[in-house]
Every structure is written in C-alpha cells, then in structure tokens.
Design a protein around this ligand. Sequence first.
Ligand SMILES: [Zn+2]
Length: 49
Amino acid sequence: MADQIGLQCTECKRRNYVTTVNKKKQQKKLEKKKHCKWCKAHTLHKETK
Ligand SMILES: [Zn+2]
C-alpha cells in the first residue's frame, strides 16, 4: 500500500526527491527539510504527485 510521491522544493519548485509513504498512516501532507542542489541550501520540500 505504499504510494510514491515526489518532494518539491518550495523555493524553486523543482522536484528533487522521490519517496514512498503509506497513505493510510500518512494523513497530513508530507513536509521535509532537505538539501536542494538548485538553491544550494536546505529548504522545505513538500509533497507533490
Ligand atoms: Zn530549490
């Protein structure tokens, strides 16, 4: 039941990561601080399809 989702940088809107989540356990939108190679900094990444 794992769904694949992308993690999009909220600064440059680029999709930098792909991860899987269990939608039944993960109710809220996923938000993670990750390193964006385009911004060259740690930025907030949000779930995208
Ligand atoms: Zn970025």
